[in-house]
Design a protein around this ligand. Structure first.
Ligand SMILES: Cc1ncc(COP(=O)(O)O)c(C=O)c1O
Length: 419
């Protein structure tokens, strides 16, 4: 790539980066390579490719990993991975057939029996389940800390657990789904370094789904791995399930080898759909954030709304949370949670009366989506825990889409009136 091209912004490169039309009959768009396997030129080439893919030897300088078999690599997925690295300025990326498969693969690769995982909470319900119910079955110890705790408080919690020597991975979801509580990624990195030793490197992994690739770049704050449910902003149209993980070449090499053997690589169609989605990622997300701001302005004045959880409402009075927001986030995003006066009955009445906004889980899509985290996405989390994190029965989560802001607000207004 020429020097001049190196300065293009990611949004300018989403239509072209990593794709060579001359390899596909000049097609301007990357075709769907709907193929399970690829023909080797020679047996020696096949041997060399497998040596690298299975981690039997390091790649030689400038050696490209050629195409082998679509569980390992495929042009649609490779071009997609290359494009995704641009937003987070990551060395490498691996895509998966779901966000959960990206998350579970990372947790399995970097944790072994006897290791301790320190994690923020709340977490997306599926991740929460995997950490609390699957990892302990395999002898991995887990310790949760509340998002919003300072780095000093998290460290004190770790020390008081008497298991600091077992720490292997810090897993963070910031902002947390659905409360938007923030965790200081840089603080987590400093803690990871403090407890690392010459024979044990502790890593920090951040689920950046709630901010998408546009509004927060965890690698810049020292995270080792960034995770996405690509089903959300990256896909953005509620028509595909996928996941992604980004980091340096060494760690991504490990993630990709485990992906090969777990067999949870995304398919070519998914790759193609996500490439198409990435072309509009920035304008979509910017409009969603703009609409969300308008929705919050409306909610703020409504007498049936008790409390709003939205990053744009943080002020100096919020202390550490405000400081983290200022440091880490480039936008308040488009995710809003709010407490409706009353409880489940009132929240359900609101949800059941929406006319434009869809009553559905997921987030980051072009259409606005509303759900009840307490009984839906976070149904599996213990009630006491949910209540302690302000995730109560009166909470509604709203993912603001790209519709006309006045129409979204009209819908919210009429649904609130119906309670
Ligand atoms: C923050 C977060 N992380 C991960 C996931 C899991 O992603 P997927 O549904 O693509 O497996 C979700 C899904 O809702 C999520 O909200």
């Amino acid at each position: 790539m020429s020097e001049q091209k190196k300065n293009f912004k990611p949004e300018s490169l989403m239509m072209s980066y990593g794709y060579k039309p001359e390899l596909s009959e000049g097609a301007i768009k990357c075709p769907i390579f709907q193929t399970s396997t690829f023909v080797f030129k020679t047996a020696a080439e096949g041997k060399a490719l497998f040596e690298v893919a299975y981690g039997l030897r390091e790649k030689k300088p400038k050696e490209e990993l050629g195409l082998i078999y679509s569980r390992l690599n495929n042009p649609d997925l490779e071009v997609l991975e290359n494009r995704l690295t641009l937003w987070d300025e990551a060395e490498d990326c691996a895509v998966f057939e779901s966000g959960m498969s990206a998350i579970s693969t990372v947790l399995m690769e970097f944790l072994k029996p006897g290791d301790l995982l320190l994690y923020s909470s709340p977490l997306y319900g599926g991740t929460d389940h995997f950490i609390k119910h699957v990892l302990p079955e395999w002898g991995v110890e887990v310790l949760g800390f509340k998002s919003g705790m300072s780095t000093q408080e998290i460290e004190a919690l770790l020390e008081s657990s008497n298991r600091a020597d077992k720490l292997k991975l810090i897993y963070v979801e910031s902002p947390a789904n659905p409360t938007n509580a923030l965790v200081d990624i840089e603080g987590c990195k400093q803690m990871a370094d403090k407890y690392s030793s010459s024979d044990k490197q502790i890593y920090v992994a951040v689920d950046n789904t709630m901010m998408g690739p546009l509004w927060q770049h965890p690698l810049k704050f020292g995270a080792d791995l960034v995770l996405y449910s690509a089903t959300k902003y990256i896909g953005g149209h509620s028509d595909v399930i996928a996941g992604a993980c980004l980091g340096n070449k060494e760690l991504m090499g490990r993630v990709k080898v485990l992906r090969t053997f777990l067999g949870n690589m995304a398919g070519p169609w998914t790759g193609w759909l996500l490439m198409r989605s990435l072309e509009t990622l920035k304008p979509r997300m910017e409009l969603q954030a703009k609409n969300a701001q308008k929705v919050v302005e409306f909610l703020k004045t409504h007498d049936k709304v008790e409390k709003i959880y939205y990053l744009g409402l943080l002020t100096e009075k919020d202390g550490e949370q405000y400081k983290i927001y200022q440091k880490q986030c480039l936008s308040p995003g488009a995710m809003i949670a709010f407490d409706i006066k009353g409880g489940e009955q009132e929240a359900f009445a609101f949800l059941d009366n929406l006319k434009l906004i869809k009553l559905a889980v997921s987030l980051g899509s072009t259409e606005s989506l509303a759900e009840h985290p307490y009984t839906m996405t976070h149904a599996d989390v213990a009630s006491e825990e949910k209540n302690a994190m302000s995730l109560t029965e009166k909470m509604v989560r709203l993912s603001v889409g790209v519709e006309n802001a006045d129409d979204i607000i009209w819908d919210i207004d009429q649904a609130l009136k119906s309670i």
